[in-house]
Design a binder for this molecule. Structure first.
Ligand code: ZN
Ligand code: ZN
Length: 141
């Protein structure tokens, strides 16, 4: 179990399990979403995520027509997690957690990125993570 939350503290999350995968994403959406130059995300089981508080969802429809809900704190704006939605309106089995909201540095250290996505967008001065698969686009997570 590991805990995290937003900058103002009104939304808290708990991860009741281990991440399935860890990755960096250099895509332009992730830049805007996080205000940083890449995102660090953990793919987790949706069932392992417990949310305390009322995050707000920004709904975006992907090129494939599927809806993605990106949740953030309505008060301080911290990005928290993103979920693809199934046709029946329920979240998919996996969720992408913005890893930086977790407070346990040990978890962040242990779960080094296994893959980097959209590496063609990576800024020149950012070196690749040693041992991480380099993918020029999205891979199925
Ligand atoms: Zn907040
Ligand atoms: Zn991305």
């Amino acid at each position: 179990m590991t805990a995290g939350g937003c900058f103002c503290g009104k939304v808290r999350i708990q991860l009741n399990g281990q991440p399935l995968k860890a990755g960096l994403c250099h895509c332009l959406d992730c830049r805007k979403l996080t205000g940083s130059i890449y995102s660090f995300g953990f793919v987790i089981k949706t069932a392992d995520l417990e949310v305390l508080g009322s995050p707000k969802a920004l709904v975006k429809t992907s090129d494939s027509g599927n809806e993605r809900h990106n949740y953030f704190c309505p008060d301080c704006g911290t990005p928290l997690f993103g979920q693809g939605m199934k046709a029946d309106g329920t979240p998919e089995e996996t969720t992408v957690l913005r890893a930086g909201i977790l407070e346990d540095s040990q978890v962040l250290t242990e779960w080094k990125p296994q893959a980097e996505l959209y590496t063609d967008r990576r800024l020149e001065w950012v070196p690749p993570i040693e041992g991480a698969a380099q993918c020029s686009a999205m891979i199925p997570l």
